[in-house]
Design a protein around this ligand. Structure first.
Ligand code: HEC
Length: 153
């Protein structure tokens, strides 16, 4: 066989093997990352639930029972608009934001730090007067937990 033919043959065999390897490796890395991400989120949700029980549960039902307490139940809150719980007496101020706010990471983060800064005149008395604003890492965990309060798809 001529040298060139040998080379071409070797390349024809080696290139597909090489690219299959790279694709498999990339796929394994993506799967590994997805698993690590899922694990990290699970941890955040677990910590966030503790925060919610300590800081929010006195006024908000955080279960699928959706009981009305001092505040409205928080089931389904993530991705919804302010003032959607039927039968709960929201303040006028809160209802006035139904068309301009969606509860997402940014708005929930702002609201739990200072509800009256986001919605002037709303009636959520939190953070308790004299107590500090929740730390950022606790807020992040809390919001991950709030995302899980929804019916299975
Ligand atoms: C002292 C009681 C109290 C505590 C504690 C409290 N909230 Fe509230 N929350 C309220 C009240 C009352 C409202 C209704 C506000 C209005 O109508 O003006 C409300 C409203 C809300 C809303 C808007 C709900 C909707 O349907 O638009 C969210 C979100 C919320 N609270 C999250 C939280 C989170 C998260 C915590 C814990 C970090 C918390 N709250 C702690 C009393 C409380």
């Amino acid at each position: 066989m001529k040298k060139f033919t040998m080379f071409a043959l070797a390349a024809a065999i080696a290139i597909p093997v090489f690219s299959v390897d790279v694709v498999a490796e990339e796929k394994a890395m993506t799967e590994e990352k997805a698993m690590a991400d899922a694990k990290a989120i699970k941890k955040m949700v677990k910590r966030g639930k503790k925060v919610a029980i300590k800081q929010c549960f006195a006024c908000h039902d955080i279960t699928e029972n959706k009981q009305i307490k001092v505040g409205p139940p928080l089931w389904g809150i993530y991705g919804s608009k302010p003032g959607q719980v039927e039968g709960y007496q929201y303040s006028e101020a809160h209802l006035s934001k139904a068309d301009s706010i969606v509860w997402d990471d940014a708005t929930l983060d702002a609201y739990v730090q200072d509800p009256k800064a986001l919605i002037p005149g709303n009636k959520m008395v939190y953070p308790m007067p004299g107590l500090p604003v929740m730390k950022e890492k606790h807020r992040k965990n809390l919001i991950e937990f709030l995302k899980t309060l929804k019916d299975p798809e």
